[in-house]
Design a binder for this molecule. Structure first.
Ligand code: SF4
Length: 460
């Protein structure tokens, strides 16, 4: 029992976090920055921070993640990071030749109080940023918030720095995809193309972190949104912002700056959230939904109806990012399952309200926790007091799954010990089918493993 010291007695904790259900802000900023074409993320802090952020992304996506570091030392902590960043920018452009450098801060540079606006201007004045190259930054102090806040801050920085109104007529809509996998972003683009809606999506990490093996290594892969496309997003007819926690700030900033109206939606994971996403796209663009999409929806419903008996009444524990939890919980309720425990380390405003809304009458018996003390230890304590049939969350749940012998589906970030999340979307109707298939597989595997011989079935 790896977690044998978890007690079932839940005590009020004011400060201690045990096995947090989140990671740190710069990881999200780095992930978002990788969704810009020919962008090199840069971590303004110590080498240790940057190594942690890069390695977490690399382990999840199984792709090499490149980023620069200001390589703070003890001296930097006293005198500030200006000299290091000036040197770093010169080295990055001379050696790695990115089109864009997206700087994010860290706990240390925020504590020092480095003025990034002034330092970047100084770098430009001293000719350390070559003509035509771009440097911008987002503040990501990781002693508050989570990776989701870092992602959101970098997305907002894209709007603040680049989006413009040129009063050019366009029929494009912007999609801010929220923190989803590169393959999910690819699927969102595919759905828009099928419906016939021209979109600009940012960030876009498809073809950056889900690369095919060609035998060649491109330091800057072909994917990522261009800065020109972000600039032109200020002329779009509207924005669909997916995921309140990850996309709301950028969408609001674009509306304030360029008067592009936005609609805030939950991540299109599951049947109803996908319905709303497709309908919003239909209304915003004035197009009709083609039969191929309606057929895909019908296949999902058929699968749910066929397999309902295996899903009904099953108790589920979920942890991860607020936006993921809300859409997953809504879909599980539709499947007639019971999301009973939900934990997110991200201190997101309004997440409890959103969860209770999608849970409906089930909210009365559900336990929801958010913030620093909403950790995997608390989740385990709840499960020890009353068990569940299924766990859904990132890799860090594997200890609970093993100790308590509970079927476990890996979903969210980070997934460090399985593949699949890079290749199979969970957004859209196709993604919902993938989720149902995963849930059924773990239930049926358990049944096959544990049923007595006289109940062992060939046909299920
Ligand atoms: S929490 Fe702060 S110190 Fe730790 S890795 Fe993240 S940015 Fe660095």
């Amino acid at each position: 029992m790896l977690l044998r010291h978890t007690s079932s007695e839940v005590l009020e904790r004011g400060a201690l976090t045990i096995n947090p259900a989140k990671t740190c802000q710069p990881i999200g900023a780095m992930y978002a920055a990788l969704g810009i074409h020919k962008c090199l993320p840069h971590s303004h802090g110590s080498q240790g921070c940057c190594a942690y952020h890069r390695s977490t992304l690399t382990r999840h996506y199984k792709e090499p993640v490149m980023a620069g570091s200001s390589s703070f030392t003890e001296g930097t902590s006293v005198f500030g990071g200006q000299a290091n960043l000036l040197q770093a920018l010169q080295t990055l452009f001379t050696t790695y030749n990115p089109d864009v450098v997206a700087i994010h801060t860290t706990c240390l540079s925020e504590t020092i109080g480095d003025d990034l606006v002034q330092i970047v201007q100084k770098a430009k004045d001293e000719g350390k940023v070559p003509e035509g190259k771009i440097v911008f930054h987002a503040n990501t102090p990781s002693y508050q918030g989570s990776h989701v806040h870092g992602f959101s801050a970098m997305c907002k920085a894209m709007v603040d720095n680049f989006a413009q109104t040129t009063n050019t007529d366009t029929n494009r809509i912007n999609i801010m995809p929220g923190w989803v996998e590169p393959v999910d972003m690819r699927e969102l683009k595919s759905i828009a193309a099928t419906i016939g809606v021209p979109i600009t999506m940012y960030p876009d990490t498809s073809d950056v972190l889900d690369l095919p093996q060609t035998g060649n290594h491109d330091f800057y892969p072909k994917g990522g949104v261009t800065i020109d496309a972000i600039r032109a997003s200020g002329d779009s007819i509207g924005t669909l912002a997916l995921g309140h926690s990850a996309s709301r700030r950028a969408a609001c900033a674009l509306e304030d700056k360029c008067s592009v109206p936005h609609q805030l939606l939950e991540l299109p994971i599951g049947l109803q959230a996908t319905d709303r996403f497709i309908d919003a796209m239909r209304v915003m663009s004035g197009v009709s939904v083609p039969d191929s999409i309606t057929d895909e929806r019908g296949r999902l419903i058929d699968m749910i109806v066929d397999m309902h008996q295996y899903l009904s009444g099953k108790r589920v524990a979920l942890w991860g990012d607020p936006d993921q939890l809300v859409s997953l919980a809504e879909f599980l309720v539709l499947l007639d399952m019971k999301p009973v425990y939900m934990v997110t380390g991200t201190p997101s405003t309004g997440v409890e309200k959103r969860l209770k809304h999608v849970l409906g009458p089930l909210a009365a018996e559900a336990k929801i926790a958010k913030g620093a003390q909403a950790d995997m230890y608390l989740m385990h304590q709840w499960i020890k007091n009353e068990g569940v049939d299924l766990l859904i969350g990132n890799t860090y749940g594997k200890y609970i799954a093993r100790d308590e012998n509970i079927p476990f589906i890996r979903h969210g970030f980070p997934i460090l010990d399985r593949v699949g999340h890079q290749y199979f979307p969970t957004v859209g109707y196709k993604g919902a089918m993938r989720l149902v298939e995963q849930i059924l597989a773990v239930f049926m595997d358990k049944q096959d493993r544990e049923d007595p011989e006289e109940k062992f079935e060939l046909v299920m």
